[in-house]
Ligand binder design. Structure first.
Ligand code: 6PG
Length: 229
């Protein structure tokens, strides 16, 4: 695990994502970048669009999860990314591959997304909820044990809205660079459990990515033991 505690979470995450994307683009014509919803990434998206030196025209944007609502709904992760990232870019824009949350048949939408997802995502940005969920993988949910599908639908998310699409553990495990961001004292208990508890992901699904890069603020790190930062 690679943990960085900072009160400039946005600056640190922007730097880290820019570096990971440019590393991927150095070796190949295109790079894939999967984005999350929630509040923590919003300033990161805005900073990435304005500040990062990335050849966005060579980037394919995917989603780590999506809420099953129309794309113009305020709960839509696509809408959040459109308004805070894509609409803020000046110049070349990435190709965007939306999860079709508006489809009444979630399983069909998940299967279509799995078919277009690259086998290895280059860069994935994740958040973590106060209960230790990440993407739309929630504590105690059977999808935490999914071993085959790379994208799945659920209709019982404890965080509203209940119907969602999400990348699964195999997709996260295959990804090249994963960055998890967490901010605020309400995440402190879960962060301690995720980074310092045992490695069973069922009660704290963010343990699936505990060995990846983490950038958190001091409030979220507030319950970590000594020597963790
Ligand atoms: C979603 C997310 C979800 C989010 C966490 C953290 O669409 O709901 O992708 O996994 O990242 O709930 O959200 P905050 O950044 O708002 O705390």
């Amino acid at each position: 695990m690679n943990l960085f505690v900072t009160d400039d979470l946005t600056g640190a995450a922007t730097f880290c994502l820019e570096r990971a994307l440019n590393r991927a683009l150095a070796g190949r014509e295109r790079a894939s970048f999967a984005l999350s919803g929630g509040g923590t990434p919003v300033p990161i998206y805005r900073a990435l669009a304005r500040r990062a030196e990335v050849d966005w025209g060579r980037v394919d944007v995917y989603f780590a999860d999506e809420r099953c609502v129309p794309r113009e709904h305020d709960d839509s992760n696509f809408k959040l990314v459109l308004e805070n990232f894509l609409d803020e870019l000046v110049g070349a824009v990435p190709a965007v591959h939306r999860m079709e949350g508006e489809d009444a048949d979630g399983e069909a939408a998940a299967a279509r997304y799995a078919a277009l997802l690259p086998p290895v995502l280059d860069v994935v940005l994740l958040g973590m909820g106060p209960d230790g969920h990440t993407a739309s993988l929630f504590p105690g949910h059977p999808l935490v044990d999914e071993g085959l599908r790379t994208v799945a639908s659920l209709d019982d998310s404890p965080k509203p809205p209940p119907r969602r699409l999400t990348l699964t553990p195999p997709a996260l495990a295959a990804a090249r660079d994963v960055l998890v961001v967490a901010k605020g004292a309400d995440k402190a208990r879960a962060l301690r459990q995720v980074l310092e508890g045992d490695d069973d992901p069922r009660p704290f699904p963010a343990r699936l990515v505990r060995d990846r890069a983490w950038i958190v603020d001091a409030a979220a790190a507030g319950e970590l033991g000594e020597g963790k930062s």
